[in-house]
Design a protein around this ligand. Structure first.
Ligand SMILES: *Cc1c(COP(=O)(O)O)cnc(C)c1O
Length: 379
């Protein structure tokens, strides 16, 4: 096994590896048989089934990143004092592997996920994993579990890299022992029976993040904070919850795990600017595709009052949410305790659906990848 023990010990926040990690494979001895795998891939759902292997890389303050391995998928053994269990020092990423018509397997803008993991790590006082090691970890997993990438339309293998504090220590400080893992889960079409507009609930009582907090980091803590408001949204018959800024409660932020766009009659797309939202790679890609088509794209503060006014005047003609899992989810209505915007059962907007089509066409290799967004994983 090759380790980077000879590399000078990095501290959290520093670039961790000078040389790429070498991975050691321990093949699973009870990998699912082909028939069982095919049965799962025929109806994978989302986040329910996992492939036969996972990536594991250790980090210590003395040795930096080392012990890069692909091992059988299975439980992680943690000391009950592992600091992640007490202080939530954890970050994650989410991206997909897509099977193209020729059988090859590609992922979408993994360097952007790697860079975001590095930013999240900096905020959570976790060590930096290099972009090269991040991308290599995906390739290593797909090299053994490539047969888990489904080939039906709009299906994919969801890749979930994550990093957390494994040190057994109840003192409150950044951990000196950390683990990075990648697991993979086949994903069916997000919208079964066609892309259907969703209703979203406006959370007035709860926020997901505040100024100077962790809102811009992809960390479990932000999700923990969104779960109760999300439950309230379900009770109101809504699929998602929309958060406002925590200081004034008047600017749009984002949904629990998706960014938001408003589309104006003149073709302008507007998406909230905020230091406490998680800037999605889907959001960034949509902005690029819209600009390529000649649309004006504005990233700025957006008051909830602007949505109300634009909805009443007819100036806002489409609204959609976006993120890796759903790609683009059209929004039919925004519901609040004292008002509703949009029309119940409204069909998906035309621009919403055509941007969704273009983005997925690029991801699945159906049209040229003119921005160089795809990375082949199975080579
Ligand atoms: C991951 C995530 C998104 C979407 O990001 P993508 O890179 O587009 O998948 C949006 N908001 C939050 C809070 C997220 O965690």
């Amino acid at each position: 096994m090759t380790t980077t023990a000879s590399t000078p010990a990095p501290t959290a926040g520093e670039s961790a590896t000078e040389f790429p990690l070498a991975f050691q494979l321990t093949p699973s001895t009870d990998a699912r048989a082909e028939a069982e795998r095919e049965a799962i891939l025929a109806d994978p759902g989302f986040g329910k089934h996992f492939t036969d292997h996972m990536v594991s890389i250790e980090w210590t303050i003395e040795d930096g990143w080392h012990n890069a391995e692909v091992i059988p998928y299975g439980p992680i053994s943690l000391d009950p004092a592992a600091s992640v269990l007490h202080y939530a020092q954890e970050i994650f990423e989410g991206l997909k592997a897509y099977r193209h018509a020729d059988g090859s397997i590609h992922t979408f803008r993994p360097e952007a996920n790697a860079a975001r993991l590095q930013r999240s790590a900096a905020r959570l006082a976790l060590p930096q994993l290099s972009t090269a090691d991040f991308v290599e970890s995906l390739k290593q997993l797909v090299a053994v579990d490539g047969s888990w990438v489904p080939d039906a339309p709009e299906t994919s293998l969801y890749l979930r890299p994550f990093m957390f504090a494994t040190e057994s220590f109840l003192g409150v400080r950044a951990a000196r022992k950390v683990g990075f893992y990648v697991i993979a889960s086949p994903a069916g079409t997000y919208f079964t029976g066609g892309v259907a507009p969703v209703n979203i609930w406006l959370s007035k009582e709860f926020n997901r993040a505040g100024r100077g907090g962790m809102g811009a980091a992809k960390t479990g803590g932000n999700y923990a904070s969104s779960l109760l408001p999300q439950e309230l949204a379900y009770e109101k018959g809504c699929a998602q919850v929309l958060f406002l800024d925590s200081q004034e409660g008047k600017y749009l932020e984002e949904l629990g795990g998706m960014n938001l766009f408003l589309v104006y009659k003149d073709g302008t797309l507007v998406t909230p600017a905020s230091s406490s939202i998680l800037e999605g790679i889907t959001r960034d890609s949509i902005m690029q595709l819209a600009r390529d088509r000649g649309h004006t794209v504005e990233i700025r503060q957006v008051e909830i009052e602007e949505w109300k006014a634009g909805s009443a005047s007819g100036d806002i003609v489409e609204v959609f949410a976006c993120g890796t899992a759903a790609v683009i989810a059209p929004v039919a209505q925004l519901l609040a305790d004292d008002f509703a915007l949009g029309t119940a059962g409204a069909p998906a907007g035309e621009l919403t659906m055509s941007l969704r089509q273009e983005l997925t066409d690029i991801q699945y290799g159906r049209i040229p990848d003119r921005h160089g967004w795809l990375t082949r994983l199975d080579t």
